[in-house]
Each structure stands twice: as structure tokens, then as C-alpha cells.
Design a protein around this ligand. Structure first.
Ligand SMILES: *[C@@H]1O[C@H](CO)[C@@H](O)[C@H](O)[C@H]1NC(C)=O
Ligand SMILES: *[C@@H]1O[C@H](CO)[C@@H](O)[C@H](O)[C@H]1NC(C)=O
Ligand SMILES: *[C@@H]1O[C@H](CO)[C@@H](O)[C@H](O)[C@H]1NC(C)=O
Length: 713
């Protein structure tokens, strides 16, 4: 398998084991690759345990991390999967077929799909039960990946992952891959979650003999509980496995049935972390495009949105929304969104979830008059939902108490006064689909925000004649189906994914959701760190950030300019209480929004990278650069969070420009109405000498926007 800049070679040994022969730099010649399992003359080091098997399945002398484990009808729990054939549809799709040694009707088909331009491979497999009895799957991770062994056993390899909590998502972690230690990231909570993201990157730490530019990186496209493990031994043999979390997982295959795992995506680059950061978001965007009808157009930009939550919280009334919409429209806002509180008996978080009809006191004539008014003001109209959640104090729960996840005789934990509906039940899916789509249709809604605010518990299926552990998968698939169905029926609908902030941002969600709410934390300094991590896998346009008042108190004042510049990094939103904005604030916001719209072709379609990561302790500086694919334009956002030593800031040195092109440089500081500096400079000099940002020298929370554009003067 060959992508633009990488080659992935799979071969079958003479015994029929399917192993990886190469994953890395693009090869010109394959004849010299031999499919053999490394020999070992030591009975305690069985060769098959060290082989880079594409699908290590529990059985035989395999003692490293396996990806598949089954119970066969005759009681055997070991597999001996051997090569039985291969099929390729075209240069980008390959299936490799395996069957069990003596039970050849038990089949596994490995699926490979190449994203050639981004050097990424999407892997999954299908298990097919052709036997006469039932097969239980106990473990069904999606793939095993094998980066090459280290050049030298003393070489250090770094594993990058993303940790987090609610309000503190996507914090980049770096650890050394240590022999004999399993490095596992995971969540058993039932959804993608904030505590970790299904993302890994492995790179060699630069040394005298190794420049450290080769990076292996990947992610899962799965919205349920998940796990990824990286393991290495003293000889540097490394295996990465990942997929659906094994805890409480189960799936039963009746004779003739099959099961396909979620997709595990990984890639290779020799362009360092910036190369990885460019490829995965581009890949996500490409697969996002597949599912969209209209929004796949790069010249259609994600709208500037206003969300009224922070202005009114649950007190969402027709009059108050009209007043806010009339303030938002002249700012240049393109999408007006009402958040929680518009439906059922919803005045706080104790009641109403599940009752998806407008609250009669707040909206006596329904939502349509507000939607019409917002449309008349020239904006799109959006609405918040939390479709899979239900308050016990709701009509839905009173009518269908058995639709929630629970066990009889076990405490039913209410988190945020709510329970979760079982999305694995077709009748629950129908209820949600019917209610959400009729609200959308009746009110000409252009956007929905799909939120989810509690972890799963009591995950099982009642009145179900199959394996109740299948619930985990059925629920995750149920969510996915609903997004797909809504998108199909309303191809122009924008969908934003949210789970208490960034709890649902993985590549399966992004296939149908246009954008994600990266965090509930809108404090700009926190947000810089969150965006730094999230930009490893999110396309910039999918990463929304709001301008709010968060972080301001009697001691701290974060200027509006700093807030806007932070939110300029992806899709722009305003969440501040506009009722509190002065005339000057309104004028300033209007000008920033106009500037954002001018820069957004670069910001939304370009590659986001970091010139100075925000995590650098002591310096308290962060600088990002988004570059258009043709390298003719770039937007640099520079932040000085504090300046403890009042030292001048070093010039910012851009990257990825064209040496011989002259760029027009424009710099804005606190004032959106005034270009603070403007000059021409060649790409080579810009990258070498850098851009001086004297405006960021002393005060706290200073920031700059720099726009570089190929100059034709
Ligand atoms: C490949 O295998 C053949 C036959 O075992 C052997 O002669 C040859 O040297 C091997 N080539 C490499 C590059 O290991
Ligand atoms: C099939 O079963 C026989 C008898 O147990 C065993 O010797 C043989 O290795 C098995 N073959 C394969 C390909 O698994
Ligand atoms: C919360 O909302 C419910 C239903 O509207 C209402 O009965 C209750 O009084 C509210 N609680 C508070 C503390 O306002």
C-alpha cells in the first residue's frame, strides 16, 4: 500500500501468518522484503509474540497485546488465523482474508483504506461466523500497528497523548515509552469523554544519530468507550492496539452473522509533529466532507455565531431573545443560537429534559416567530438539544420509564438530575428523530447543538433475547445513526457536537457533525492550551471558540482584543452577555468580526500549527500560525499572557512560507480599526529574521493578529 509519502507492506509467511513488513518512508522497491517471523531459539521468547502480526488474536504463544478474543461453539477459546486471500477494489481499498486453521468457516476480513494524500490508513475488520454454533466476542479492538524498532536500543521514544477533565480538555502529555510498561489511554464512560482523547503520536527523541522527524500517530473513529495501548519491550518492538473498550464489552454472533469493528486510523510522516498536525485534521475534514452535501464546499465558511446562554441562562423568553438578536445582527453575527431552557417545563436543570416542545410561557406562539425574526435580521437560527437525556421530572419519563438505562435493584444514579435514554432501542431513536426533526422542520432551523451532560451507567438491554452487553455498541451506533439520519434529511443543517464541552470530539462524530464545542471553559488563557491540544486532530473550522467575559474579576481584566484573537483560531462565536456591552465594546466587536471574516478563508481552510506552544512555563507566550494550502497567505496569532520580567518578546519566526515570495505584512494589536504596522518582506527573511511584535512587551494579556499575503506590488 503506497500513499504520497509512505509505504505500508503486509505479507503472509510460509505458515500463513499475516505480518507487517514495512510502515514508514515511501519505498521504491519491495523485492527485498521477506515475510518471515523473527527467529528466536529461546522457548520463553516465542517468535510469534514478537511478530508484527496485523491481527494478533488470542491463541498460540501470543503473549503481547492481542486485539481479538472469541469463544468458539466447541468451547475453544484460541484462534489460529491464517491467510486465505486478498482483494483490492482499487489503489485505496484492500481486504485481506483470514480463516481459522481447522475451522475455516470462521473468517476475519481485514479492511484497509488509504487516504493517499495525507499518508493515513484506516483499518477495521469484519468477523464472520460461518460455524454451526454461537460465537462470543470477548475482545474486539480494531487494529494493531507496529512502528519499526528503534535504531538503537538506547534511543528514547516519546509518546504524546491528550489528557483532560471537564473544563480542562486536551492537555498535551509527553512521556517516554518504557520497555515493559503498558501505556494505556482509555475511557469506560460510554462516550468519547474529556479525560483522554483517542489520540497518540510516537516520535524519536532527537539525538546525535536521529533527527527525530519521523512521527507515527493515529486516532479512533468511535464514539463509545474506547482504549488505546502502546507497549514496547527491551528490544524496542512496539505495538499499538486500540478500539472499543474491553471492559464489559460483549457481542454474540449467531451462525451466519458478522460484526465489523470501528475504524482505527494511523499515519506516518517524516516532517515532525507539524507534519502530523497537518495530516490528521486534513484527514478528518476529508471524511467529514464525505457525509455532507453542501458544507463540503471550502468556499462556504462556518458562520460567526452568537449563543445567548451566558446572557440569560435558563431565562430564555421570546422578548429577551428578540432583544439579543437585534444586538447581535449589527455586529456581523451570522447565526443566532438559543441554548438550554426553551422547551418543556425547563426553568433549571431539574425538569423538562426529554420534552422537546417549546415552553408555552416563554414562547406562547412557539419558536417560529423568533426564527422568522432572526431570519429577517439576516441571521441563521440555531437551537440547543440534549436528545438522549431525560429528567425524571418530565412527561417523557412519566410515559416511558423503561426507556432509560437502569438495572432493577441497583441505585440509579442521577447526575445533573438526569438519566440517559437507551439509544440502543429503536423506539428511543425514533422518538428523538421525530421530535428533533419536526422542531427543525417547523421552525426552519439552520443549526442544532447536540449536548450530553452525564456519563453512562446501568448499560444493558432489557427484554432483549441477545447478549445484553451489546448495549455499549448499540448505544454508540444509535447516536451515530441519529446524526447521519438528521444530516441526510437536512443536508444544510449545521450540527455542533458537545458533551459538557469537549466530551464528544472524535473522528466518528466529525463524520456527521460540522463542528465541536471544544470546552465549556472560555477563559482565553485556558482556551489557548485546550486549542493547542485539540488542534492535533480537529480541523480548524470545526473548533469553535467564544468571546465571553470569563476570567474577568476585580483583579484581572482580559481585553476584548485578546478574547477575539484567541477565538480567531477556529470557528468564531460570541457568548458574552451583549446586554452588558458598552457602545465601545459593540463597535470594537463589530470591527473584529469584520476582520475575522476577511481572514477566515485562511483560518478555516488552512493548516493550523504552533510557532510557540502555550505550555512553555515561565515565558507565558503562545503563537499559532495558520497557513493556506498554497502558502500564499498565513494568519499568525500571538499572545503574551503575562510578562513577569518585562523583557522584550523575541521576534516571531513564521514557517511554511515560500522563500522567494514577497509577503505584505499587516499587524493589528488592540485596535481593530487600525493596522498598527504594515510592510513587505520576503518569505526567506520573514522565516529567518522574524516579525517583531513590540506591542506585546510589557502588559498582561496583550496579543496581535498578523496577516501575511503574497504581495504583487
Ligand atoms: C529472503 O529469504 C531468502 C530465502 O530464505 C533468503 O535467501 C534471502 O537472503 C532473504 N533476504 C533478505 C533480505 O533477508
Ligand atoms: C488442526 O488440528 C490438528 C489436531 O489438533 C493440529 O495438529 C493442527 O495443527 C491444526 N491445524 C491448524 C492449521 O490449526
Ligand atoms: C426548578 O424548575 C422546576 C420546574 O420548572 C420548578 O418546579 C422548581 O421550583 C425550580 N427550582 C428552583 C430552585 O427554581
Amino acid at each position: 500500500m503506497v500513499t504520497k509519502k509512505s509505504t505500508y507492506v503486509v505479507g503472509a509467511t510460509a505458515d500463513g501468518y499475516v505480518i507487517n513488513l514495512h510502515w514508514g518512508k515511501r519505498l521504491t522497491q519491495l523485492d527485498d522484503l521477506n515475510a518471515t517471523v523473527p527467529l528466536s531459539d529461546q522457548s520463553q521468547n516465542p517468535p510469534i509474540s514478537y511478530a508484527m502480526e496485523e491481527l494478533p488474536a488470542f491463541g498460540g504463544l501470543r503473549y503481547r497485546d492481542n486485539v481479538l478474543k472469541v469463544d468458539l461453539p466447541d468451547g475453544t477459546r484460541e484462534l489460529n488465523l491464517l491467510y486465505s486471500g486478498a482483494k483490492s477494489k482499487d489503489d485505496t481499498l484492500l481486504d485481506i482474508e483470514l480463516s481459522d486453521g481447522n475451522r475455516t468457516d470462521f473468517k476475519v476480513t481485514l479492511h484497509y483504506e488509504l487516504d493517499t494524500e495525507n499518508d493515513m490508513i484506516r483499518r477495521s475488520y469484519t468477523v464472520e461466523n460461518g460455524l454451526k454454533g454461537r460465537v462470543n466476542l470477548d475482545l474486539a479492538l480494531s487494529a494493531a500497528w507496529h512502528p519499526p524498532t528503534a535504531l538503537d536500543v538506547d534511543e528514547k521514544r516519546e509518546l504524546l497523548t491528550l489528557a483532560g477533565e471537564w473544563n480542562n480538555e486536551a492537555q498535551v502529555q509527553s512521556t517516554e515509552l518504557k520497555p515493559g510498561i503498558a501505556h494505556t489511554i482509555q475511557t469506560p464512560k460510554g462516550f468519547t469523554d474529556h479525560v483522554s482523547y483517542p489520540y497518540f503520536a510516537i516520535r524519536q527523541v532527537p539525538s546525535e544519530v536521529n533527527p527525530g522527524t519521523e512521527v507515527y500517530f493515529g486516532t479512533l473513529a468511535w464514539g463509545g468507550s474506547w482504549e488505546i495501548t502502546a507497549h514496547t519491550n527491551t528490544y524496542g518492538y512496539t505495538r499499538i492496539t486500540g478500539g472499543m473498550h474491553h471492559l464489559d464489552f460483549g457481542w454474540t454472533l449467531e451462525p451466519g452473522e458478522s460484526f465489523t469493528t470501528p475504524v482505527f486510523i494511523a499515519g506516518f510522516t517524516d516532517e515532525g509533529l507539524p507534519g502530523a498536525r497537518r495530516r490528521l485534521p486534513r484527514h478528518a475534514r476529508k471524511y467529514q466532507q464525505l457525509s455532507l452535501q453542501t458544507q463540503k464546499n471550502d468556499s462556504l465558511y462556518h458562520p460567526v455565531l452568537y449563543n445567548s446562554w451566558e446572557a440569560v441562562t435558563f431565562d430564555v423568553t421570546f422578548d429577551k431573545q428578540v432583544a439579543l438578536a437585534e444586538k447581535a445582527a449589527p455586529l456581523g453575527v451570522e447565526l443566532f443560537v438559543i441554548d438550554d431552557g426553551w422547551f418543556g417545563d425547563r426553568n433549571n436543570d431539574s425538569a423538562g429534559l426529554g420534552d422537546w416542545y417549546p415552553n408555552k410561557e416563554k414562547f406562547p406562539n412557539g419558536l417560529k416567530p423568533l426564527a422568522d425574526h432572526v431570519h429577517d435580521l439576516g441571521m441563521q437560527f440555531g437551537v440547543w438539544f440534549e436528545p438522549e437525556s431525560v429528567n425524571p421530572n418530565s412527561n417523557l419519563y412519566r410515559e416511558h420509564p423503561d426507556w432509560v438505562l437502569y438495572y432493577d435493584g441497583v441505585p440509579r444514579y442521577e447526575a445533573r438530575n438526569q438519566l440517559l435514554l437507551n439509544l440502543g432501542l429503536p423506539e428511543v431513536q425514533d422518538y428523538i428523530y421525530d421530535h428533533v426533526s419536526s422542531i427543525i422542520e417547523e421552525n426552519d432551523i439552520d443549526y442544532i447543538k447536540w449536548d450530553m451532560n452525564r456519563p453512562y451507567q446501568g448499560v444493558t438491554m432489557h427484554h432483549y433475547d441477545r447478549n445484553p452487553r451489546e448495549a455499549w455498541v448499540l448505544i454508540a451506533r444509535g447516536y451515530q445513526n441519529l446524526l447521519a439520519k438528521l444530516k441526510k434529511r437536512f443536508p444544510n443543517l449545521w450540527i455542533e457536537s458537545c458533551a459538557s464541552g469537549g466530551g464528544r470530539m472524535d473522528l466518528s462524530v466529525l463524520e456527521h457533525a460540522d463542528q465541536v464545542w471544544t470546552s465549556d471553559n472560555t477563559r482565553p488563557d485556558a482556551r489557548l492550551k485546550i486549542q493547542y491540544g485539540a488542534s492535533l486532530f480537529l480541523p480548524p473550522r470545526a473548533m469553535y471558540g467564544w468571546v465571553t467575559e470569563s476570567g474577568d474579576d476585580n483583579n484581572v481584566h482580559i481585553p476584548l482584543s485578546f478574547r477575539f484573537h484567541t477565538s480567531f483560531m477556529g470557528g468564531l462565536g460570541i457568548g458574552a452577555n451583549l446586554n452588558k456591552y458598552s457602545d465601545d465594546d459593540m463597535k470594537e466587536s463589530t470591527a473584529w468580526i469584520a476582520l475575522y471574516k476577511k481572514l477566515r478563508p485562511v483560518i478555516q481552510n488552512g493548516d493550523l500549527d504552533w510557532l510557540v506552544p502555550p505550555s512553555k512555563v515561565g515565558e507565558m507566550i503562545a503563537v499559532s500560525q495558520t497557513t493556506s494550502k498554497d502558502q500564499q497567505e498565513a494568519v499568525i496569532l500571538a499572545f503574551r499572557i503575562s510578562s513577569p520580567f518585562s523583557a522584550p518578546m523575541n521576534p516571531v519566526r513564521p514557517r511554511f512560507l515560500k522563500d522567494d515570495v514577497v509577503y505584505r505584512v499587516q499587524i493589528w494589536l488592540q485596535d481593530p480599526h487600525k493596522v498598527a504596522e504594515e510592510y513587505d518582506m520576503s518569505g526567506a527573511l520573514l522565516m529567518h529574521k522574524g516579525i517583531s511584535l513590540d506591542g506585546l512587551n510589557r502588559a498582561m494579556f496583550t496579543s496581535a493578529v498578523v496577516y501575511l499575503k503574497e504581495s504583487y506590488d
